[in-house]
Design a protein around this ligand. Sequence first.
Ligand SMILES: [Cu+2]
Length: 336
Amino acid sequence: MKSLLRVVLVILVAAPFAAHAGQVREYWVAAESVTWDYAPSGKNLLHPGSDMGVWGKRLSYPKYRYIRYTDATYRTPIPQPEWMGILGPELLGEVGDTLKVHFRNRADRPFSMHPHGLRYDEDNDGADHRGAGAMIAPGKSYTYTWTLDEGAGPGPSDPSSIVWLYHSHVDHVADIYQGLIGTIVVTRKGMAISSADPRPRDVDRNFTTLFMVFDEEDGAEGGLKHAMNGYIFGNLRGLEAVEGERVRWHLVALGSEVDLHTAHWHGETVLDHGRRTDVIELLPASMVSVDMVADNPGTWLYHCHVGDHMTAGMMTRWTVKPRPQPTVAPPGPQPN
Ligand SMILES: [Cu+2]
């Protein structure tokens, strides 16, 4: 009887872990040349009738981006939501998983992929001009193997998923300004929706925003694009939640000493590791994940609160759509 009890106990304790044995998640990602437009509408959408000052004189620049494909043929790119802007694909996993990222360099200079936070050996650091993955020449490929161990996942005070940056690390500064930036989101073990869907199950919607001043013209003011996900003056669009949703915001920043940003939401507050606020402080390579309950329908500003950055257009709007009302049948004939 005692041994039967022990067997039952072992099964009960082990079952939740067995259900989510570590997955190997494969991604096919290429670095490619693109033309990036910081304001696709061509307009200052924050103040219709105003122009974009010196920052609007030129809006398109040659850049590079990480593009995700469906498979090893690299023929079918996977579309991203409009709000992701210049960000590369979001790489997802749960603690215990392994990411296999098949990187192909389709650009004309050497690039790499360097992940923050994950577990890797020297070949898979994607940096430092050492190791097999440090510098992938044009036309070449490399498969990065990154492990999502406990040290890559949410800590005791973190929410159920946390954000990490990845970026190219060959020409350390230039690669980032060129646009080779993306994020990884790691979900706490046991908190994934399913083994096929590693997003956290206590969240209804995730947004990620990168605050960064892209330097396009060696420091000339008009070439300092004070961008959110690569867009200025309200051109970052598609940040839409529905009333009642639990929204997790992943905030990241990169750049230089001008990149001290204070991300500020109108209309709602967030919970930042137990602290209630509506402003999150960011420095280059900051990575913060905070939670919001979107309970205030409306269209609201979302912007950097640094004065100089607001002037340069580091602002946009986001929307909480009203919860759809249940349809009520019109009253029928009253019974006598
Ligand atoms: Cu700022």
